[in-house]
Design a protein around this ligand. Structure first.
Ligand SMILES: CC(C)(COP(=O)(O)OP(=O)(O)OC[C@H]1O[C@@H](n2cnc3c(N)ncnc32)[C@H](O)[C@@H]1OP(=O)(O)O)[C@@H](O)C(=O)NCCC(=O)NCCS
Length: 441
């Protein structure tokens, strides 16, 4: 691990020094204005965070350290015989800022293999929950149980120089990422496969081993996991899971506490849970219409019915994006290559043709195009993973790569406690009447 840690520290020191210079010279420059609507409407469009790992463009979609998803598919190292990127490579890129060599990727694979041991009390804690507990709840409880292993928490209690915070956060982050596939696979096998668990395979890569521990040995499913773990990893800093992880980290909570907090946010239906909602919605549509391959006309009618019931069309819309999500497109390409005749996958594509004009017609939706969640479930179902309540856990394992790489940066850059100002509505009214100031300490 030493090499990657050293490279990360070197990079982070360079950026930290530059931030000092920039703030000294430009610290008082205004970066934007804040309107009252933005304050009341989810702080959309307010630039208030620094996140190094990725950047989202509303038209173009996500870039990880400057690279688009198709570029990553081309440039990152693959598993032998495979064509999808290994998520280890993306993690290296997000953490260090440069494309990794093949050796770097293999090094990360073996470090994560070595650090993947999960203590027994974590499994016992999961077992204490009713099997019916939602997999995301089991996942968060398991992460909290793992917190006993936090080096940061132990060393902080013993007295840690603040210059050294980053190093223990780095170590905790590596341990946590290494352990998550085992924990998630355990929850999957416990809930859906009669508790018949599968031991890790020390020869496989991180995502391939995850697929293996869940019980999926088909090479194509392993490829899907590599793609899935790569494209779900990060979406700049303001989304709920990334922002929560960062916010909790600003209180110097250790990486286990931060990540568990982020996962509670991912479990919300407007965020990560949307992927289970999508497939549930399609299954319900198929049942309602009594067909595996509804026509476009039938889809249109069903969408209108969903909207009339006051529900959202899951998998469509985005807080920032204004075009088709390139993560949707990457999955569509995977579908075209591996399962073009699958009726469920074809239904996802037919929905893609039917939904945007309807949403556009409503006149209030800023983005009528599909997001990442609109496609993922259909690919998983193709390989036999039909337990859609589990999908957000897959998303969570992947999201660890981005939010924990970011947390390492937060501590290496010495970011302080996050504490924006809030106001009451009464105060806003006084301000509007010119009777009081609104921004004060
Ligand atoms: C992602 C999402 C939460 C973004 O919300 P947002 O930034 O507030 O979106 P907008 O500003 O475009 O919303 C404006 C209006 O359109 C509605 N809208 C947005 N997406 C919609 C959808 N997919 N179906 C129906 N209505 C939708 C909103 O509910 C809102 O209605 P309101 O003014 O009556 O409250 C929203 O698009 C959504 O709920 N999508 C479905 C869930 C989903 O796929 N989530 C995963 C996101 S990666």
């Amino acid at each position: 691990m030493g090499v990657i840690k050293d490279r990360f520290k070197l990079k982070a020191d360079e950026v930290a020094n530059n931030i000092k210079d920039v703030l000294k010279e430009h610290g008082n420059r205004k970066i934007g204005e804040v309107t009252l609507s933005q304050v009341y409407q989810g702080m959309r469009g307010i630039t208030g965070l620094v996140t190094e790992t990725s950047l989202l463009d509303a038209q173009e979609g996500i870039r990880f350290r400057g690279y688009t998803i198709p570029e990553l598919q081309q440039k990152l190292c693959k598993a032998p015989g495979g064509s999808e990127p290994l998520p280890e490579g993306l993690f290296y890129l997000m953490l260090v800022g440069d494309l990794p060599s093949e050796d770097d990727v293999h090094h990360l694979t073996s470090v994560w293999q070595r650090r993947s041991h999960v203590p027994n009390h974590v499994f016992a804690t999961i077992e204490a929950l009713p099997k019916s507990t939602h997999p995301m709840t089991q996942f968060v409880v398991a992460i909290m149980a793992l917190q006993t292993e936090s080096q940061f928490s132990k060393k902080y209690s013993a007295g840690l120089n603040k210059k050294d915070y980053w190093e223990v956060v780095f170590d905790d982050s590596m341990d946590l990422i290494a352990r998550l596939p085992r924990v998630a696979a355990y929850i999957y096998r416990r809930k859906y496969k009669n508790g018949e668990h599968i031991q890790p395979n020390g020869l496989l890569d991180w995502a391939g081993n995850f697929a293996h521990m869940m019980g999926f040995e088909e090479e194509d499913f392993k490829e899907l996991m590599r793609l899935y773990m790569t494209i779900h990893a990060d979406h700049e800093g303001g989304n709920v899971s990334a922002h929560t992880t960062h916010l909790v980290g600003s209180a110097l909570s250790d990486p286990y506490l931060c990540f568990a907090a982020g996962m509670n946010g991912l479990a919300g239906p407007l965020h990560g849970l949307a992927n289970q909602e999508v497939i549930k919605w399609i299954f319900e549509m198929r049942e309602d219409l009594k067909t595996d391959l509804p026509t476009k006309e039938q889809i249109v009618e069903y969408v209108e019915k969903t909207l009339k019931e006051g529900k959202v069309v899951p998998g469509y819309g985005h807080a920032v994006l204004r075009k088709t999500d390139p993560r949707f497109t990457a999955q569509m390409e995977f579908g075209k290559k591996h399962m073009p005749d699958d009726p469920l996958v074809q239904t996802v594509w037919n929905i893609y043709e039917a939904v945007p004009p309807i949403l556009q017609g409503l006149g209030k939706i800023k983005n009528p195009w599909p997001n990442v969640d609109a496609h993922s479930g259909a690919l998983l179902v193709h390989y036999g993973m039909e337990e859609y309540e589990f999908y957000t856990v897959l998303f969570g394992v992947s999201r660890a790569l981005g939010v924990l790489a970011s947390l390492c940066w937060d501590r290496a850059l010495g970011f302080p406690l996050e504490r924006p100002k809030s106001v009451t509505h009464a105060q806003v009214k006084l301000w509007l009447e010119g009777k009081d100031e609104i921004w004060g300490d």
